[in-house]
Design a protein around this ligand. Sequence first.
Ligand SMILES: [Zn+2]
Length: 382
Amino acid sequence: MKVNYICSRCHRRFAVDTLAYRCQCGGAFELEKTPPKLAIGRLRSRVNSIWRYREALPIIKDENIVTLGEGMTPIIKARIFDKEVLLKLDYLFPTGSFKDRGASVLVSKIKELGIKTVIDDSSGNAGAAIAAYCARAGITCEIYCPESASGGKLIQISLYGAKLNKIPGSRQDTAKVVQEKAKEVFYASHRANPFFMEGVKTVFYEICEQLDWKVPDSIIMPVGSGSTMLGIALAGSELKDMGVINNLPKLVGVQTEAFPPIYEAFVKGETKVTPLAQGRHTYAEGLANPNPIHGEQILKVLRETDGEVIKVSEEEIAEGINILAQKGIYVEPTSAVVVGALKKSLKVEEGKTNVVILTGSGLKATDKMLEIFGSSPSLTNS
Ligand SMILES: [Zn+2]
């Protein structure tokens, strides 16, 4: 399986061990590879992790696979705001967030390339995932986080043995520091490296398999850097090529009022995202992205799937946490944004199959939960 990077804008090609994390023209890297072929009929007897879709994951040798048994997260039914939905519990992972999908594939590729030291920047979850899989693989790893990131995520990263650098200022300030370091060290960027998205795409393989290879009518998810949405689009096009499915679901992205760059571009009908000068404080730290590197691709996917973008307030995030918790589901603020979107979305119709992706465990954000709710949470009923 020969693979290389190709610039999504100017189509220049790069080797996958390049230190560059995007093209000189500013375009994001995509992976150029032979379309995968997967024998759906043979899946039944396979390992219950993302690696059951082995032919679709671009790692050459099995011996390079770095896994902690991630994936095949449950789907359960729930009724929220009088709409029947299927909740994909995509926070039930070794490190407590869906980022393990991407980290497993990206760190496997890093091992395959013989790279011994990597860096990444993160609001917390991706950093924890990269640190865990690097620990598993024996790869040295340094993670840069905003000093405001949840304490639970920061201690988790340190305990995995990664060197943790806390950077003052915004999430974007952290990104600037790591981009400078990336001139010398391999940047295992969960936002920019296409191998991360190759792992994230498995969420859509799983959803389709769990629904007996029927495509749901809509999928609702948070959008920060857009890896889940683009991963679904990628998996969708692969499954279409294989003749397993015929169409993609309507993709509904959720952003916050504090950081709405995709929302703004989408409602104005634009094809490019204008970076935000500055975002505001938000409890949804995973969505504090003023300038998503794949902005153009996200807008394209939203239009192609007849999707939409919903913006929710901090109050709606708190309400979302409460509503899910009262159903026995404890997710972090970044994840709870989807509840507010269920109230507002025109694409989530009663009587249809609507899948809601829950991306991060509430246990990772105890300090944020205490900030939001104090010791006596106000109760909200849906
Ligand atoms: Zn380019």
